[in-house]
Design a binder for this molecule. Sequence first.
Ligand code: IMP
Length: 430
Amino acid sequence: MGAIAVIGGQYGDEGKGKFVHYLVHDKKISLVGRGNGGANAGHNVYDPERGVALALHLMPSGVFGDKTVNIVGCGTVFNPHSFVEEIQAVEKAGVKLTPDNLKLSSRAHVTLQTHRIIDGATDKVGSTAQGVGPTYRDKAIRTGLRLEIFLHDDWKDKVKALLQAHNKELENDNHSELKINIEDEIKKLDGSVKVIKPYICDTVSYLHEQLANNKDIILEGAQATMLDINHGTYPYVTSSNTTAGGVAIGLGLPPTAVTKSIGIFKLPMTRVGKGPFTTLLTEDEHDIHDKLAGVKGTKGSEFGATTGRARSIGWMDLVMAKYTAMVNGFTDLGLTKLDMLSGIPKLKLCVAYELNGKVVENMPADTSLITECIPIYKEFEGWDEDISGVQKYEKLPDNAKKYVQFIEDFVGVPVTMIGTGPDNSDMIVR
Ligand code: IMP
């Protein structure tokens, strides 16, 4: 299979973890790598054997695979404190992590406590306040620190210098009250560094050796295409490249390595943070909204895994799907939450936009124009049958099949997987 990218086709939270789980457990893919983002991601993974559900952030979703090697690649940003918490949560769930099954790129950039503080103090787009934007900023202006520093004795001097620069920045921006005690932070960091140090290595050489030995790898996307810093609704985006190409580069793989690019789409779609959302449910659709949102804290409800924020909910946007399929070269589509649409009498899919009185069929490049787009919907008859847990496409009601078929035909990419419930086994594979 080679390198299989699993990428969000919308605004994130599409349920990518379920597909990674399927590829790890059913297809026995031996490597899972993260190539972008940091602790801003929230990937819910469930291990039926151990009966454990975890919300992972930077840890790759392959941790429950018996023989899976998990790689945190060079393109990620790495918060030692929160990663140690993830290691502890995974080990508490009964998985033994060792340098053989967890590898952290020495080239990944370090997120310090002050990056998080600066993120919270300067955010304009509704960020997750995990320090991701400021860490990528420091990387781009070449003042950042990579995980490699922790392999050298003078790491404390380097961290100290950056913490001092951040404290000065906070002072200059009239946020003196947010400055941190540097000695305390270094002491805390010392504990986290001891835990992560054994896992730091050159993940690029390792990955290429594995590929040369015919091993397969999942490129686990974080966030989603419409949050990509180049291709999303800038500035309401994250700070990394979230696309198939971006994740490959973030793992040190050439673009030609990607053999399969699976786009994950949620029915209905959601967004957190600020930015345009053309197909947002209207006030009149509040009943549908309440049904789809679910109850906070319950499985599958629409509240952020990282922040707990309520997600905005809307109809699936096929103009967007066509665009994200193009940018990522999707070879397959995976749909999630088809079961949630049961019982809604009329369903919609957005097939074009109206912009300044004209019909637009392609995603505008200009975010201010996207904001002005009005959705043009095609309506579909719904179905009443409960389809939770259905595993065979033939068992779906005809109206559900028509809905799925329309998506496939419109985007021009086969729908090969369909989620029908929160459990990993609630899935149709075609
Ligand atoms: P940041 O990545 O924390 O800087 O946040 C930038 C934007 O991306 C905000 O609108 C966030 O809500 C959004 N975002 C970041 N990570 C995720 C995610 O994993 N799922 C959905 N939205 C995200």
